[in-house]
Design a protein around this ligand. Sequence first.
Ligand SMILES: C[S@@+](CC[C@H](N)C(=O)[O-])C[C@H]1O[C@@H](n2cnc3c(N)ncnc32)[C@H](O)[C@@H]1O
Length: 388
Amino acid sequence: MKSVQDIRALFDRLIGEERLEKAVFSRARGKTVKKAVALPFAGAGGLRYQIQRYTADNKVLHENLTPAETAALTVLSSGEFAQTDLFTTSGEGSFLVSSKGQVHVTVPLSAGAGNAPKAEAAAHDRKKQYLLDPVRHASFLSALGVSDENGRLFDKKRAKFRQINRFLELLDDVYDKLPAEGVLHVCDLCCGKSYLTFAVYYYLTELKGRAVSMVGVDLKADVIAYCGALADRLGCQGLRFVSADINRFDSGEPVDMVISLHACDVATDMVLDFAVRKKAGVILSTPCCHHEMMHTIKSEKLSFITRQSMLKQKLCDAATDALRCLKLEAFGYTVETLELVDPEETPKNVMIRAHLPQAKNPLRMKLAREEYLAATALLGTTPTLGLT
Ligand SMILES: C[S@@+](CC[C@H](N)C(=O)[O-])C[C@H]1O[C@@H](n2cnc3c(N)ncnc32)[C@H](O)[C@@H]1O
């Protein structure tokens, strides 16, 4: 390989045969971008290559290319950067390009196509297992301490990774309930460190190609400031973070979807209250600990359960979530409860998933309201945020 034309031919071959797994461009000639990485991924329209540019002011800019647009990789390796490292399904290679365009191969890449596997197949396998790709999404996963910057997951964060991927799968199932066009308005309430917020942001913008107006809300001002700075650094357009009490929060715009992962105790009721108030079309909420009913339940008829505190807790957990479902149904939602992840991983495992159907069912709404009132009468308590 001697010239820029040879580099172009090499990229054409690697991409044509779908053998390129990753290209890393370093030793920048300019000052604004320090490094760039190209990664294949299975996009909605087929194979795509994502270029991630790491800027000097610590942002990561993303650009997605079709295989026909990958001449850009030759420009990166022969113009913007002096060094290129290639990772392919048939081995690794490196070369340098001088400012005069002379190519010096430092690690020769083996020629072999033939029976070399396709990189796209690997991407499909990853996609089948997880909607989030740890390598492609390493920029936010590493910033949140889930992986290192090459996308290698940290052992102690694997459960979190599985959890947010499962949440994405459960969202994927109801994606068609969201408006098919226009900007999607999404609120992640009690977002904490915002693993889920970023995951859903990338799911909607990259995998689904949607424009979003998304807000993560949490009480913790320092965590919110960190997440806001990270969104800024990663160039996440349409993603913002607000430090607020969700009980008093209003996004100031319509809401298509409310998501929430492990909002503590009555905070989940606030999440659902917000969603109902804003007539959110889709709700995905995984409650956290349940405390309120443990202190307020007063039922002679249920005393055969409540006298055993462990069983009392299980009853209160189930009754609290069941009342939440009835409340949503009373406001016209179609509701289901699902398991988030393997129950052995966490007891906080219930997902309440709801959507507003095209036409509400007034009879079911009335019945749900009556069932709610009958259930609270039996329990001898009504949750603070009842059928308001
Ligand atoms: C168990 S953490 C879950 C965080 C995140 N969703 C996750 O799964 O990693 C619960 C979060 O809810 C937040 N929170 C609790 N009550 C809240 C309220 N009324 N308004 C806003 N945030 C609240 C807490 O600050 C905390 O960050």
